[in-house]
Design a protein around this ligand. Structure first.
Ligand code: URA
Length: 231
């Protein structure tokens, strides 16, 4: 990879800015000052440093956000703000969301620019677990636990896979599913005459957002990324 591109990616700066760094001899490769923008960097083996600090090249970026209400999971939308526009990093790295949450749903949402991983994680074959906390307008009857476990017909031609329902409070249920049809959780409750008035995703593919306030986000740790990639 060209040195100016490498620097722009790792430092999150424009090409014009990094070219200035190169010209002012702030950049070394394997200990040697390099003054050519087009110098070819071996991203695996070369040690590139800026102002004496070694730069780590990451091919892909992975962020977890505790999604706030009011944002849609799309790259562009003419009416509503998109979750991509929420953080400068999401735009800078051209991230996309792994699956979607409704505009009024909060909670665990993964963003990346690794399209291959996204494809794997949203594939129904992959059985990625998602845990939701749903607040309903009416009390949740105990008999729904068995109905959720059997699978629910939410469409003429679609019955959900078995799901786990735990009644947390009379109007609050924790639901674990391994698929992600459009408005799935809301439609599962609607099948029994209940409206979901609040929906929060506690967990996605083992990633929890308990340590993040609504609207907070963080980069995934290396071991978290490895777990996602490995599975
Ligand atoms: N199910 C829903 O109904 N909405 C979501 O946002 C996610 C799952």
């Amino acid at each position: 990879m060209r040195l100016d591109r490498f620097l722009a990616k790792t430092l999150g700066e424009t090409r014009t800015t990094v070219k200035k760094y190169i010209r002012t001899k702030k950049v070394t490769v394997n200990g040697e000052v390099i003054i050519s923008d087009g110098f070819q960097v071996d991203t695996i083996n070369d040690v590139v440093a800026f102002d004496g600090e070694v730069l780590q090249y990451e091919e892909f970026q992975y962020y977890l956000i505790n999604k706030p209400e009011g944002y849609v999971c799309a790259n562009e939308d003419n009416v509503n703000p998109t979750i991509i526009s929420f953080a400068p990093e999401f735009m800078m790295y051209k991230l996309h969301t792994v699956g979607r949450l409704d505009k009024d749903t909060t909670g665990a949402l993964l963003l990346t620019n690794n399209g291959k991983l996204t494809h794997q994680l949203i594939s129904p074959k992959k059985n990625v677990e998602k845990v939701y906390l749903a607040t309903t307008d009416l009390p949740i009857k105990g008999e729904l636990v068995a109905r959720f476990a059997r699978g629910i017909k939410i469409d003429e031609d679609f019955t959900t896979l078995p799901a786990t329902l735990e009644i947390v409070e009379s109007n609050v249920g924790r639901v674990t599913v391994v698929e992600g049809k459009f408005h799935q959780i809301k439609r599962m409750f609607q099948a029994f005459g209940l409206n979901v008035v609040k929906l929060h995703r506690e967990q996605f593919a083992g990633l929890r957002v308990d340590d993040l306030e609504i609207g907070e986000y963080r980069k995934l740790e290396h071991d978290e990324i490895n777990l996602l990639i490995k599975d």
